[in-house]
Design a protein around this ligand. Sequence first.
Ligand code: HEC
Ligand code: HEC
Ligand code: HEC
Ligand code: HEC
Ligand code: HEC
Ligand code: HEC
Ligand code: HEC
Ligand code: HEC
Ligand code: HEC
Length: 382
Amino acid sequence: MFLLLAMVVLTLGVWAGAAQEQNSCLICHSEIKVDYLESVHTGFGVTCIDCHGGDPMTLEMQKAHALEAFFRGTPQRTEIPELCASCHSDPVKMKPYGLRTDQYAEYQTSQHGKLLAQGDTRVAVCTDCHTAHRILPAWEPRSTTHPENISQTCAQCHSQRDQSVHSAALAQGNTKAPTCATCHGVHGAAPPGVADVSKACGMCHIAERTHFEASPHKKPMDEQSIPECVSCHGSHSIEPPDRKLFDMVCTRCHSASSKEQLVGQKIKTLLVAADESLREATQLLEQAQQRAVDVSAYRSRLIEARSYFLQALPVQHSLDIVHIEELTRRAKSIADDVRGGLHSLQGVFTVRLLGLTLVWIFLLLVIVVISLVLRERQGERL
Ligand code: HEC
Ligand code: HEC
Ligand code: HEC
Ligand code: HEC
Ligand code: HEC
Ligand code: HEC
Ligand code: HEC
Ligand code: HEC
Ligand code: HEC
């Protein structure tokens, strides 16, 4: 067994050595070799000469770099997308790997691609996001395109920082939260199937989108080209919901005394009231549980109440007061019920506690009296 393993290792070593010896580029360019050997391209036979040309069989620099050997030197930034596309946009070359072939086509629709076509070389080309020599698939944690690293990759050139709920969620390991590339599209101007980046939110927040689309906001906002979700939430500093938005955001477009602002305040009041009742009920439940009281019936009712409340959250985007009132009323009335029940349980508990204390005081008194009597008798005997 060990012998077999040793032989396999030896054979692989010789084979790898031979393959490397054939590529003289690696001998002189040892720094690039380190990156290159880590990259996905190495494993699939993409070599230095595929991108640079040259003669990999000689150790003489002049011959290795000879024009007759089609040596191209370092590609210009403007040439790089086409260079990568020479394989990645070719369905025949990519077929064995099942990779998509639309990266270059998409890239040309992005602001990066459009500006590059106009000769602006400050924009991102393929190698700015993927590197030239240490190209790794996005699932590989060390990859510059891995979700955890992507914001740093963009930050080479952009000062935008994602300071929103999303980056906090990403930092906590929530892989469902968007990175820069999820909202902006990986290669294109926007993610596939999304008209522009301001509509990217609806890819994930489907319930919010559905209710927004049914709201009186949808049509006028589209007609006046007001970005939908972003005009209230922003894009890079989206905050967790704490009902503050109702006070801050509606007055951007409606006057402070308008009926629209009033609608906002009504929705806020309904949500806050239900939320508070739920919170108090939950607190009482936990207290009761600590005293080993059986609260399982209350627990399942609270779960029901919470589910009505959670339903109401996306529905707020419809601005349909009747619907929101119905859901929050259900949530609140169940939570109020539970609170009532737990309060009276607490009452019973207090009475029991009082009774128990009285019994203890009585017992203590009896013990004191008995011991006094005993001591007196002992005194009498002496
Ligand atoms: C004998 C050593 C040697 C070999 C073999 C060699 N190179 Fe080089 N290469 C160099 C040195 C030294 C430089 C930097 C000097 C220069 O710019 O000419 C360089 C520069 C380069 C550059 C940058 C040139 C530019 O104009 O920006 C590229 C690209 C390159 N080599 C690719 C290759 C490839 C591909 C191979 C294999 C086919 C190869 N080299 C083989 C030594 C070598
Ligand atoms: C997938 C295409 C590709 C492969 C494979 C590739 N290169 Fe490059 N290389 C590039 C591009 C593109 C640049 C331009 C610099 C950049 O954008 O980072 C470059 C730059 C260079 C440079 C000059 C700049 C620098 O980083 O020092 C050298 C030297 C070089 N490559 C050598 C090599 C050698 C040696 C190999 C094989 C081990 C190799 N390259 C494999 C695409 C490639
Ligand atoms: C000679 C053909 C060829 C060229 C040129 C080429 N690639 Fe590749 N590339 C491949 C092959 C083959 C694979 C391996 C397919 C796989 O990963 O299953 C690959 C894989 C990749 C992957 C990983 C895909 C994944 O998720 O599995 C990325 C990213 C990539 N290449 C980017 C580039 C970039 C950027 C350039 C230009 C600097 C480039 N490639 C140039 C052939 C090429
Ligand atoms: C602005 C950054 C950026 C630029 C520019 C860029 N890419 Fe990508 N690319 C990414 C990211 C991020 C991913 C990972 C997508 C994912 O998570 O699935 C990716 C994935 C890929 C893949 C893997 C297959 C796929 O489509 O998911 C290939 C191949 C690829 N890119 C090639 C290219 C080529 C070729 C170019 C230039 C025409 C290019 N990329 C330009 C960021 C970029
Ligand atoms: C090599 C530098 C570089 C990298 C890396 C880079 N960009 Fe860019 N990007 C630019 C430049 C330059 C512009 C054009 C800016 C301008 O027109 O003011 C641009 C434009 C954009 C725009 C359009 C802005 C607008 O006003 O329309 C978006 C969106 C964008 N980049 C997102 C990204 C994302 C997301 C990433 C990472 C996945 C990224 N960029 C990586 C340089 C870069
Ligand atoms: C949740 C989605 C989302 C995420 C994540 C996101 N963006 Fe944006 N970004 C947007 C939207 C939407 C806009 C358009 C802003 C507007 O219309 O007000 C935008 C605008 C931009 C612009 C154009 C200039 C500007 O500020 O208006 C750049 C550049 C940009 N984002 C880069 C980035 C970078 C870099 C990251 C990652 C650190 C990132 N974005 C993360 C949604 C997102
Ligand atoms: C790739 C999917 C995705 C996209 C695209 C996306 N989000 Fe999110 N969003 C999430 C995830 C995941 C969370 C975290 C949920 C949680 O913590 O419960 C989140 C959280 C939120 C929250 C806080 C909700 C809460 O209960 O804490 C708001 C508000 C939000 N996103 C708004 C937006 C807006 C506005 C956009 C577009 C600019 C957007 N999202 C784009 C996935 C996405
Ligand atoms: C007219 C303003 C407005 C628009 C437009 C808007 N929202 Fe909201 N959104 C709000 C308000 C107000 C809240 C409650 C926030 C709070 O409690 O602070 C909210 C809450 C949310 C939440 C968190 C739900 C919760 O309370 O747990 C998400 C997720 C969300 N919105 C996504 C979206 C998406 C996706 C879109 C676009 C389809 C969108 N919003 C459009 C105003 C808006
Ligand atoms: C970015 C601008 C914008 C913001 C922010 C905004 N609205 Fe509106 N709202 C509109 C537009 C445009 C209309 C269409 C009627 C109009 O032109 O006044 C509208 C209409 C409405 C209507 C329907 C009025 C009717 O007569 O049918 C209600 C209700 C409403 N908004 C409530 C709100 C609330 C509540 C908020 C805050 C959570 C809010 N709006 C935030 C732009 C906005």
